[in-house]
Design a protein around this ligand. Structure first.
Ligand SMILES: [Zn+2]
Length: 418
């Protein structure tokens, strides 16, 4: 039986799998306010490789936190951005799979298959009225054919991965997400409609879908782009999903997934308004920046904690080219705006935390410093035991910052604000 996903799900997790409890505490605070936000612990394959950890460690940390805090609601462990080459290590311990097929967009599918699908979907050609969108979507046979040609191979690839997971898990008791976000070109609502029709034909019971939205979703910093356009696109995407659920028999709870969703404070009002207006759910991934809250907690603790936070920066600064390389498409760092390690060496706790904490009203906040540290977790991984020991020593300030960040800056504005 299909494991139907809850309305509001929230991607959490952290590089070192040490903050599951303070993350869960933020969800409990939401529950106290009457809104259930179900946590989805995720850690991408890339993060596992860089930190040198195995997928079962995420399950262990999640289960432990759930037991310790007696969380009674649903929660998930996400195999984040997997494909056929990487999924096997996640099969035993994940119950949520983010099937990433962005790399397959544009690859050529069998022309006869495209042809057959165009013929099978005459309703996609012409003027399509969608409840909730003012202007009807207008297409021609050519535009639909081109769009199917662009996405069919990727959807077929998602189907291959989905079926592989289903046969390995021996059933459908897991959540399937299809993600196409890690690509340069945003998908329009009209393209999303075609993609969903293809996904339905492929027989994938998709429950969350992560398109590439307009604008930049850089890691750990605010949204950069046209907010009005994002707002319209987000709302139109929801309308398209509702239409596709009704017409193609996709799971009724199918919802949008916003990747790199942490810290996109300026579009949270648009997300909140969109989901409220349509009465639908959303999945927002935020995992990445919890590691920065660890650094803030270390720095705030002063003494050796602050010393270690400075050491991480100094080493990250020296290795910045290599650290930034895997994230080149999703960061935007001006090296001239980075403080020198020497300067940071002279900072006190409050100077370090003010530069790092994502408070745009604070004049000392430095997004370049923040982004470099964001991709700098490999340094902490290399420091190894000494880093983990310091996390224990500074547990109070770290846990407080992790919970506050998730609740005050993310959950509250997304799900609770009126
Ligand atoms: Zn993603």
């Amino acid at each position: 039986m299909l494991n139907e996903i809850e309305k509001y799900t929230f991607g959490v997790g952290d590089r070192f799998a040490q903050q599951a409890r303070p993350q869960l505490r933020a969800c409990m605070m939401a529950l106290d306010r009457g809104v259930c936000v179900n946590p989805v612990w995720n850690k991408s394959h890339r993060e596992h490789l860089i930190v040198g950890t195995q997928p079962p460690s995420v399950r262990a940390a999640a289960d432990e936190a759930v037991r310790a805090l007696q969380w009674q609601e649903g929660y998930y462990v996400d195999a984040d951005h997997i494909n056929l080459d990487t999924v096997d290590g996640y099969l035993d311990t994940s119950d949520f799979f983010t099937i990433d097929v962005a790399y397959a967009i544009g690859r050529k599918a069998e022309p006869s298959a495209v042809d057959a699908l165009v013929r099978a979907h005459p309703e996609l050609i012409g003027t399509i009225r969608i409840d909730g969108i003012d202007e009807p979507i207008k297409t021609t046979r050519e535009t639909v054919e081109r769009c199917m040609g662009q996405f069919l191979f990727a959807v077929q690839e998602a189907g291959r991965i989905y079926r592989h997971i289903r046969s390995a898990k021996g059933g459908e008791h897991f959540v399937t997400e299809v993600s196409m976000d890690e690509t340069d070109d945003p998908q329009t609502p009209a393209e999303l409609l075609v993609i969903l029709a293809l996904i339905a034909s492929e027989g994938i019971p998709v429950q969350t879908i992560a398109p590439k939205f307009t604008g930049r979703f850089n890691k750990g910093v605010d949204y950069v782009g046209d907010r009005a356009q994002f707002s319209k696109e987000f709302s139109d995407d929801i309308a398209v999903i509702r239409h596709a659920v009704a017409h193609y028999g996709l799971p009724p709870g199918l919802k949008l997934s916003v990747h790199s969703g942490s810290d996109k404070f300026s579009i949270y009002p648009a997300i909140r308004e969109g989901i409220r207006r349509f009465g639908v759910g959303v999945h927002v991934k935020t995992a990445g920046t919890n590691w920065l809250e660890e650094l803030i907690g270390l720095a705030e603790a002063g003494g050796d904690g602050l010393g270690l936070a400075k050491e991480v920066y100094s080493k990250a600064h020296a290795a910045s080219a290599a650290l930034c390389e895997p994230y080149a498409a999703v960061i935007d760092i001006d090296p001239d705006r980075l403080p020198s390690p020497r300067e940071v060496g002279s900072w006190d706790s409050s100077q370090y935390t003010s530069a790092l904490r994502h408070d745009q009203s604070c004049p000392e906040y430095n997004p370049h410093f923040r982004q470099l540290l964001h991709v700098g977790y490999k340094i902490a991984a290399k420091i190894g035991d000494r880093y983990y020991r310091m996390l224990d020593e500074c547990e109070e300030s770290i846990a407080r910052n992790v919970t506050e960040n998730l609740f005050d800056r993310h959950i509250e504005p997304l799900f609770l604000a009126t």
